[in-house]
Design a protein around this ligand. Structure first.
Ligand code: SF4
Length: 425
């Protein structure tokens, strides 16, 4: 792994981590399908699950009702769950029917769920069999989106990890960006890298199956999201090297992320300054405008999206907030270590015992609490101001042009609270 060259000493990388294993309050990995299906234009996500899984997807992505959907659920009935039917035969039939009706599908993901895991349907074997039947027109892969012992952003990690072994081999020296960003944000990153003279640049996942990147011993990859640990390991097993850097949130994070790549690809300091000076200034101005109400305020993160550590780094260093506790479902120092190097925080916690954490949060009375939907309403009722963690994954927040919006996502609940207080007085 390449070491970053511009990171200050200090921070919380070596601080003790409070590790908790108890009841957790998080969404499952099926949630990732909502943003992945938008990114991969010729993919279809077939969840092998229950009616609950179908309802989750339908309510989270209700807009798709009016379009030709790119995801669906093969619903397991009681006879499947009781082992009275051959689930593999039924799955083959469903897939054949789907692919006949939808010739536009080039990649099919069989997505495991809690019920399919409980009755141990071997979706890996099913994917291999179905690939043989439907190749070369369609490639069938599988991953698990189950909510057993996972959090919602792991769905994307598992999906991308499933693609890595089938990426074609290359010896070319290329930069691979890893993570599904909205197209407009991805384009901004590509245009900055192009202006720096870094290339060729590939992206995983690509928009279409025939544009998937190649990978090999000369591939250098940079993660766009801090929740892609398994994908990073799979790429390393293919010989690729990770460019370690803070994540591109805020002006500072974006600059350090770009600089780590620029160093790897031999971009000189003058070019770097010329390309980044104007967007950096714009980002700083936008953050200043949005973060006025955040300065001096305290924040408490419950573990949810796995974005917690890089976001806390942004909020404390660029918006003047104080982090009381930053909880993350998993802490992978190989990914978030550079952000931890720069983060001053009261407590870093990993995993969750929700009642104990709620007690700590109530005692600390933070100005802003970032948590899942299930905790937000009760905490609001107790007088705390909250921010839904899931919104941070659905909103464009990476790179310079989104830095102001990112600060705004956190200042908005505080402004709303202040207005409500004025009305009440
Ligand atoms: S995968 Fe599990 S947690 Fe997710 S909707 Fe289905 S049953 Fe619920």
């Amino acid at each position: 792994m390449n070491k970053p060259t511009h990171i200050e000493a200090g921070g919380c990388r070596e601080a003790p981590i409070l590790k908790e294993r108890g009841q957790r309050e998080v969404f499952c990995g099926l949630t990732g399908i909502i943003w992945l299906h938008r990114k991969m234009q010729d993919a279809f996500f077939l969840v092998v699950g229950s009616r609950t899984c179908a309802h989750l997807l339908q309510s989270a992505a209700g807009v798709m009702i009016f379009a030709e959907p790119r995801f669906g659920t093969a619903i397991m009935e009681e006879k499947d769950l009781a082992g009275l039917a051959d689930a593999h035969e039924e799955l083959d039939r469903e897939v054949a029917r789907l692919l006949e009706r939808r010739p536009d599908i080039k990649q099919l993901f069989l997505v495991g769920s809690c019920p399919s895991e409980v009755i141990k349907i071997d979706l890996g074997r099913a994917a291999e069999r179905l690939t043989q039947i439907h190749a070369p027109h369609v490639r069938v892969l599988n991953y698990s989106g189950s909510g057993i012992e996972t959090t919602f952003t792991q769905g994307e990690d598992a999906c991308l990890e499933s693609m890595v072994p089938v990426l074609p081999e290359t010896d070319a020296r290329e930069l691979l960006l890893v993570g599904a960003l909205p197209d407009v944000v991805e384009d901004q990153a590509l245009s900055l890298l192009d202006a720096l003279g870094v290339g060729p640049v590939r992206v995983l996942p690509a928009g279409r199956a025939d544009g998937m990147p190649h990978v090999g011993p000369n591939t250098k990859f940079a993660l766009l999201q801090p929740f892609l640990g398994e994908t990073a390991s799979a790429l390393s097993r293919r010989g690729a090297t990770q460019i370690e850097a803070p994540f591109p949130f805020g002006e500072e994070g974006t600059t350090m992320w770009l600089r780590a790549i620029a160093d790897e690809f031999g971009v000189d300091a003058e070019t770097f300054e010329r390309v980044t000076a104007a967007p950096r200034a714009r980002a700083r101005k936008a953050i200043a405008a949005q973060s006025e109400g955040l300065n001096g305020k305290s924040i408490f993160f419950f573990p949810d999206s796995q974005l917690e550590i890089p976001l806390a780094r942004f909020l404390t260093r660029e918006c003047g907030m104080q982090a009381i506790e930053v909880g993350a479902p998993y802490i992978h120092k190989g990914l978030v270590g550079p952000d931890m190097d720069m983060l001053e925080v009261g407590t870093v916690s990993e995993g969750q015992d929700v009642d104990l954490q709620l007690d700590r949060c109530r005692a600390a009375k933070p100005d802003l609490t970032v948590c899942g939907l299930g905790l937000a309403n009760p905490l609001e009722a107790e007088g705390l101001t909250t921010k839904w963690a899931i919104e941070l994954v659905f909103t464009p927040v990476h790179f310079y042009e989104q830095a102001g919006d990112l600060a705004g996502l956190f200042s908005r609940p505080l402004r709303r609270k202040a207005k409500l207080q004025v009305v009440a007085e």
